[in-house]
Design a protein. Structure first.
Length: 279
């Protein structure tokens, strides 16, 4: 039965590895990183891949993020060795035939699938998020904020950087002339070519070539704006984007109305049940 111990050991190591990377991802998110970037950096550090990116530089310069990544690096070395040993105990057993190895493989695959399913549960995700927020609040002086959650970066909404080229539709225009809010796009900030940052820019701010805009909105709208060029085609694209946003607004209003009707119906049922109970 040595193979049972090996498989259980490997599944335990795998579960701990998944838990550690998930905890690290949540911790990085609470320091202000996006979920996708946090997951990528946590997995890169845990596997020892070591990608050099702008996000990595942001981690090195941030004391809490740097501490999180250091913990992942320390845990990583022990985890890899344990997995190798567990695999050897599971499948290297001279006296067993092919059927026995297939049974062991089935147990292993089943355990991995179970762990993957548990990791996708939203309840598990919320629990881990609260735990990490509590740890950061008690062990660091960091004021934790889940910016991804605050900005509702889901349902195809995101924050992105848009580098302005000289031939872009938006180049050389004032923000109020671009009417980006009509497209469902909000400009959070402008990084000038000299590095100066203009936060929450007003309508009279001019978008110059080689600036970088920090924008928030629907993914499709942001990607289309990033490829829009000056000229008549750009004006047509702007008109289509405005029409698309109006359609999204109408759909949202319809969903809100349905939700209000459902809430009203529930309230009426509760009132009716209360009257029957009193009568």
């Amino acid at each position: 039965m040595l193979w049972v111990v090996g498989i259980m050991t490997m599944l335990l190591v795998l579960a701990l590895s998944l838990l550690i990377t998930r905890l690290a991802s949540h911790a990085l998110v609470l320091t202000g990183m996006s979920r996708e970037t946090a997951r990528f950096q946590a997995r890169s550090a845990f596997t020892g891949t070591g990608f050099t990116t702008v996000e990595s530089e942001g981690i090195v310069g941030h004391p809490v993020r740097r501490r999180i990544i250091m913990v992942l690096m320390v845990v990583r070395s022990a985890g890899v060795v344990s997995v190798i040993i567990s695999l050897m105990l599971s499948f290297v057993d001279a006296g067993d035939g092919e059927p026995a190895r297939l049974v062991r493989l089935a147990w292993l695959v089943g355990g991995v699938v179970l762990l993957a399913g548990l990791g996708r549960l939203s309840a598990v995700d919320r629990l881990l998020n609260r735990f990490v927020a509590w740890v950061l609040g008690h062990w660091t002086d960091l004021e934790s904020r889940d910016y991804v959650g605050l900005l509702q970066l889901s349902d195809n909404y995101e924050v992105m950087e848009l580098h302005v080229d000289p031939d872009d539709w938006i180049a050389g225009r004032r923000l109020e002339d671009c009417r980006l809010p009509d497209e469902g796009v909000t400009v959070l900030g402008i990084v000038r070519e000299d590095g100066t940052y203009l936060g929450v820019p007003r309508g009279e701010a001019i978008v110059e070539a080689e600036n970088t805009l920090i924008i928030y909105g629907h993914t499709d709208a942001l990607q289309e704006l990033d490829t829009r060029r000056a000229g008549h085609g750009g004006e047509q694209a702007h008109a289509r984007a405005v029409a698309d946003q109006r359609q999204r607004d109408a759909e949202q209003e319809r969903r809100d109305a349905e939700a209000q009707q459902a809430a009203g119906a529930r309230e009426q049922r509760r009132d009716a049940a209360g009257r029957r109970a009193r009568g």
